[in-house]
Each structure stands twice: as structure tokens, then as C-alpha cells.
Design a protein around this ligand. Structure first.
Ligand code: LLP
Length: 416
């Protein structure tokens, strides 16, 4: 459930008509609903109940400071993949002691920065990374908390670009090598083994791979316990899918409860979740204006003011996101359109073959744009990135200003 709903023929973001937001801030713009973010976050948190747990929101899904500040106020933890994301979390008032640091290529500077902020844990992805973290920790004379990202080799059956738990992926340590690498970690003086971690992919719509992965990790945890290596938390990653079209992913509470059935006999093992998309995707929209209607020989095009630089998911993954009018009108003829942007590439589309009743200057709304939307935006074709707004009941907060032209060449220099 989200708070972008029609009242009669008018689409509202919480209590504010979408049209009003566009008039106030211009288009294209991203709008996030605070109530929806909070609702989704609580769905995870409540379902985990009294079992020790921490929701570490995956910052990569949407790293706007306003969004992070909403999470911070909920008491959320954070899953980060760079020093930049850690800086954003701190800037937004997040608690570094609730931060887990994922990613395959952490630099020495990033490790040092994270250690200086006393993060909760490094999710380690390779033996050389263990060695590097130990080295930096020894220079600072501290012990670095680590967990090993184990690749459980389950097929998440999602888009190949966002499937991460298979042997062929660059992520994690193969299950067969996990014991050896935990032994290696135990031999380093400046590492402290805290947990075990996995992340099998994104936009999963079935519970089975999650439960399979969990079962495999629990077996491994028992094996390590027999060898005297204690694991105090298990990080199950993110990856729960959302309904973009007709997918039927489990609700967060069903997903969490399914995992909880395996945890009843392990009350001491803390669970960490790293949801990104499931919290943010349907908590955000992209508002765009129809510039022109163009009737081609084979297709009709609605040329809008948002483009692949603003929202790249359709172009990059052939992702389908719903496109709906801000105001339902029956004044225009119904036709099937490709919704395309002004960028000089055939791949610049937001949606294809959409039946709409629209005219120039109408506002369209791209749904499910709160995750992997703005964060993947670029300045391609020297286009300014859009504004971002958080709606909170009847209040609007501009949480990122629309870029201006001089932002485009900030840091660049001409030469003689
Ligand atoms: N934890 C780790 C270690 C991850 O790599 C990811 C996402 C997450 C958590 C959060 O996954 P989520 O709950 O959002 O599925 N740009 C793509 C998605 C890439 C996901 C990468 N990793 C898209 O637009 O679909």
C-alpha cells in the first residue's frame, strides 16, 4: 500500500495533488511519500517482532539526505557500499554504529573512515579484502568487526544484471570455501568475527530462494560453531521484490515471518535485513510533462520532459514501470503511445505501448520510481538532474534542488 492515490480524477501524493507539486517545483521531479516510507520500514521491523534484529536500509536504492533522515528518525540501520554513502548517512543524522559496509572493492581510505566512525560491521567479499581490513585496523590499533559474505549458490531467478547469489557472480565467497576463510579471519589479530552475510539478488518475487539461502547459511553457522567460531549475527541481505506490473511478491511481513520460522530455535542469533527497493520503490514517483505528441508511421510517441538520464531502468533493464495521468481526462482520444524522452538515443524511453488519453502539457506520473531512480540519474546530453521532494501529509519539502546549468560544468576548466 502506498499513498499515491486518485481522489475522483485527481492523483494525490498523500494530501497534495500531484499537479500542485509540478506547478510549485517544475518537471521532471521526483516525489517521495514519507508515510509510505515509514509504513514499509515498519512492515519489516514489526514482522521481526521481539527477535533481535536490525533493519539496515540499503542506501544505494535512494540516498537523498531527506530520505535518509526519515530512516534515521525511525532508528534504522543502514547498508552502505562506499565512503560516500557513509558520509551521507552521518550527514542525515544516521547512527554509524548501525551501519554495515558491503561491496567488493572497499579502498583503504574507505576502511579507515568506516573504522574511525565505529561502524557495526564490514561485510567482507574476498580474502585480499580481509587482509586489507586487518592491515588498516592494525595501523589504527583497533579490531575491525567483520562478517563474511557467503555465496549460497541459489538461483534467485531475477534479471541477470541484478542476480548476485550464483557461482558465476563476482560477489561473496563460495560456500565450499567459507570455512577456510573464516579460519583465515580468525587468525588475523585485528579482526573480530561478528557475523555471516549474504545477498542473493534483487527484485525477487518468490520466498523459496530466500529460505533456501538461509538454511544453507544456518548449516554453515553450526559447522563453524563446532570449530569454536561463534557467529552473533546473520545478515540476510535485501532483494525482496515489489509489484511494478503484475508481479506478486510476498509482502515484507510474509517474507520476514517465513525467515523467522527458521530462527525460533536460535533466539540468540541477531538478524539483519538490508531492504532497499521494498521500502523505497513504491514510495516514490517521477512527474513528467508531455511536450509533444508525435504520430509516426508505425507508432505514436508522447515526447515527455523526463528522459533516460533521469530514470534509466527502462532503458537499462527493459524494466516496466506504470505510467498514469496526474489528472484523468476523457477529452482526448485514447491511443497507444511510446513514452520517450528528448535524448538522442533510440533507447531513450520510459515506457512502450501504453494506452493513454493525453495531450501536450498533460502531466504523467511514472510509478515505483522511489528506488534506483534519482540515484542512477546522470547529466547525459547536458541535462540538469531533477528536483526531489518529500511529501509529508499536506507539507512539501524540497529535499534536493533542481540542478542549474552552472552545476553541469562545476569543477571543469577551459584551456588556452
Ligand atoms: N544489499 C546488498 C549487498 C545489495 O547489493 C543490494 C542491492 C541490496 C542490499 C538492496 O537490494 P534491494 O532490497 O533493493 O533489492 N539498480 C537495480 C538494482 C540493483 C541492486 C543492487 N544491490 C535496479 O534498478 O533494479
Amino acid at each position: 500500500m502506498d499513498y499515491f492515490q486518485y481522489q475522483d480524477t485527481t492523483l494525490f501524493a498523500e494530501n497534495v495533488p500531484v499537479q500542485q507539486i509540478a506547478e510549485q517545483y517544475g518537471t521532471p521531479c521526483y516525489v517521495y511519500s514519507r508515510a509510505t516510507i515509514e509504513r514499509h520500514w515498519h512492515a519489516f521491523d514489526n514482522a521481526a517482532g521481539k527477535h533481535p534484529h536490525l533493519i539496515c536500509y540499503a542506501v544505494k536504492a535512494n540516498s537523498n539526505l531527506g530520505v535518509l533522515s526519515v530512516m534515521a528518525k525511525l532508528g534504522s540501520g543502514f547498508d552502505i557500499v562506499s565512503g560516500g554513502e557513509l558520509s551521507r548517512v552521518i550527514e542525515a543524522g544516521g547512527d554509524p554504529s548501525k551501519v554495515v559496509f558491503s561491496g567488493v572493492g572497499k579502498t583503504e581510505q574507505e576502511i579507515e573512515f568506516a573504522l574511525s566512525k565505529n561502524i557495526l560491521c564490514f561485510n567482507v567479499e574476498s580474502a585480499p579484502e580481509l587482509e586489507r581490513i586487518n592491515k588498516v585496523a592494525s595501523q589504527l590499533d583497533v579490531k575491525a568487526p567483520i562478517s563474511i559474505r557467503v555465496n549460497p549458490d541459489v538461483d534467485a531467478k531475477t534479471h541477470p544484471y541484478i542476480s548476485t547469489g550464483l557461482k558465476a557472480n563476482k560477489f561473496g565467497i563460495p560456500r565450499e570455501n567459507a570455512v577456510a576463510i573464516y579460519k583465515l579471519a580468525a587468525s588475523y589479530e585485528h579482526l573480530e568475527i561478528k557475523g555471516m552475510d549474504c545477498h542473493i539478488g534483487s527484485q525477487l518475487t518468490d520466498i523459496v530462494p530466500f529460505v533456501d539461502a538461509l538454511d544453507r547459511l544456518l548449516l554453515l553457522i553450526d559447522e563453524l560453531a563446532d570449530m569454536g567460531i561463534a557467529i552473533s549475527h546473520l545478515d540476510v541481505g535485501g532483494g525482496l521484490g515489489v509489484a511494478y506490473k503484475d508481479e506478486t511478491p510476498p509482502h515484507p511481513d510474509t517474507y520476514v515471518e517465513a525467515l523467522m520460522t527458521r530462527m525460533k530455535t536460535r533466539p540468540e542469533l541477531k538478524l539483519i535485513f538490508e531492504p532497499g527497493r521494498a521500502i523505497m520503490a513504491n514510495a516514490g514517483i517521477l512527474i513528467t510533462k508531455v511536450e509533444f505528441i508525435k504520430h509516426g508511421e508505425e507508432k505514436n510517441f508522447a515526447i515527455v520532459d523526463a528522459a533516460m538520464n533521469d530514470l534509466i531502468r527502462p532503458a537499462l533493464y527493459s524494466a516496466w514501470q506504470n505510467i498514469i495521468p496526474a489528472e484523468i481526462s476523457t477529452n482526448n482520444p485514447k491511443a497507444t503511445y511510446d513514452i520517450v524522452g528528448p535524448i538522442c538515443e533510440t533507447g531513450d524511453f520510459i515506457g512502450k505501448d501504453r494506452e493513454l488519453e493525453i495531450a501536450p502539457d498533460d502531466l504523467l506520473v511514472v510509478r515505483s520510481a522511489g528506488a534506483y531512480g534519482f540515484v542512477m540519474a546522470s547529466n547525459y546530453n547536458s541535462r540538469c538532474r531533477p528536483a526531489e521532494i518529500i511529501v509529508d501529509k499536506s507539507s512539501l519539502h524540497l529535499v534536493r534542488e533542481r540542478e542549474v546549468l552552472s552545476d553541469l560544468w562545476k569543477g571543469e576548466h577551459i584551456i588556452e
